[in-house]
Design a protein around this ligand. Sequence first.
Ligand code: IPM
Ligand code: MN
Length: 345
Amino acid sequence: SRSIRLAVIPGDGIGQEVVAQGLKVLTAVLPEDVKLETKEYDLGAKRWHRTGETLPDEELASLKEHDAILLGAIGDPTVPSGVLERGLLLKLRFAFDHFVNLRPSKLFPNTATPLAGRPDIDFVVVREGTEGPYTGNGGSLRTGTPAEVATEVSVNTAYGVERVVRDAYERANARPRKKLTLVHKNNVLVYAGHLWKNIFDKVGQEYPEVTTDYLHVDAATIFLVTQPERFDVIVTDNLFGDILTDLAAAVTGGIGLAASGNINPTGAFPSMFEPVHGSAPDIAGTGKADPTATILSVALLLRHLGHEEQAARIETEVAADLEARGDAPRTTDEIGDALAARVAG
Ligand code: IPM
Ligand code: MN
């Protein structure tokens, strides 16, 4: 489309700084005839301290009127753990039915990783985004006593699993290697594990060209470090996907480069793009934050909205920039400026 209505949630800590660079690069890469309209939302720790609100209905309704959302980072040590995570970030993912949490991993040149110099590492994790242990289905009995009992139930529906598995097959089928790996733990989590495996096998019959594989999550962590090139597309549940993608980021160049998309492929709601990293309050305001993960998230955003050429240009220029600069230290602004200049080309 020839216009993008973008909602921007800078959030907490380094979120503000990295989002500014993401917008800089987005503005630079867009062709002149694509109109960018942004609306910034004041959500996060400061808002919560001021008003006690995390995500009021009115703002949720207003966010819905956008083509996409760009989010920096949510979370602050001055706010009790879980308040913003559940009340803002997860609330957005659930309200906008972001059932595909897309997290690509690529080994870029000159990045600090134990896997530097390895053959092409290029895989994508399709993490389920609306179910699993993230639904808040649980409780505590005799809280705070020595007899406390806590449950945190993992919710897996046939509907929810099938739609994300199908999306993963589509993505695998569109890639040259056409390989899809299901990661779960069906030797222990037998009910959810079997639901996932049965649906994985059933949907797979519709994709005869896709090679499939199954790994228990513990084994998958080994292979992510020892043989990451064996992966093409991984599909997994919400919590396994959370953990695997931090590991994937660490081995492919660090969390400063890991991008993500919280996607509703139906288009019923705006999809949301954010770096995998958190708000890093310890380095907020120092200019040390690497905005590359946010800039690569902007590329995913552009691809989702159909601007493939611009998305690919950002990714190519990030690689070229890392190649040229090596790991010489640069500030947040310097990285953003360099990439904005490159993509404007
Ligand atoms: C992520 C984060 C979130 C998650 C937290 C902050 C709720 O770790 O995006 O990976 O667990 O999904
Ligand atoms: Mn995480």
